[in-house]
Write a protein that binds this ligand. Sequence first.
Ligand code: PEP
Length: 244
Amino acid sequence: MEPLLIAANWKMYMTTREVREFFRQWGNDPPPPGREVVFFPPFPLLPLVRDLMPKGSALGAQNSHEAHEGAFTGEVSCRLLRDVGCSYVLVGHSERRHLFGESEERLAGKFRAALARGLRPILCVGETLAQRQEGHTLDVVLGQLAAGLGEEPPVKGFDLAYEPVWAIGTGQVARSEDAESVHEALCAWLRGRGAGTDARILYGGSVKPGNAAELLAQPSVHGLLVGGASLDPLSFRAILTAGA
Ligand code: PEP
C-alpha cells in the first residue's frame, strides 16, 4: 500500500522570507506513519525549499515543459527540475488548463516527458460547475484521464488528482461521498486497463483542517492536493495529521 500523499501547492505565493518563516514554524516532525508530504513551490523557490524542508519530504514543480532543452524562453525542463531535486510534477492543474489554455495534447506530451525523465507526474482532472450540473462529471474526468495518459496508459509511476474546478479556491468542498464516487470511477478505469498499479488519487478543492479527515477516510481518496490552506504551516500540519 502506497503512503497517502499530502501535497502543498503554493501556486504564485511565497517569498524567500516567507519560506524561511514557514519552515521555522513547520519544524522537523516527520509525517504520521503511512503519509508522505510534498511541497510544490514556485520555480525560483525550489532550491530553498529543498534545503529547508525536513528530510523525507518531497519536492515537486507546478509545471514543466516537455522538451529535453531548447529555445523556449520562460519554460523549465523536467531535466532541470530533476537536477534541482524535484521528484514530482503537476500536469494539467485546472489553472493551467483554464487560464493558460493548455490543450489535452500538450498535457499528454508533458505527462509522457515527465515519466520519461524520471519525475512522477500528478495528472489533475476535474469538471466545471456547468459540466457537473449537466451531469457530465464522469465523462469529463475520464476523458481527461484517457487523453492525459495516452494510447498506452503506463503501468506505474504516476498519481492523479481529482480537483473539481468549482471547488478550487472557492471554499466550496465536494461532499466526501461525491469525491469518493469520482475517485472510484477513476480507480475502476485504471484497473480495467492494468494501468497505474501504484497510482494514488488525491482530492483537491478547498481542503481545510476541518474537512481533511473525512475526505481521507474515503477508501478511494489516497491523498490531498491543498492550495490556500497549505500556505499556513499550522493549518497544513493539521491537514497532514488529520485522522491519523
Ligand atoms: C489547488 O491549488 O490545487 C487547490 C485545490 O487549491 P485550494 O485548496 O485553495 O482550493
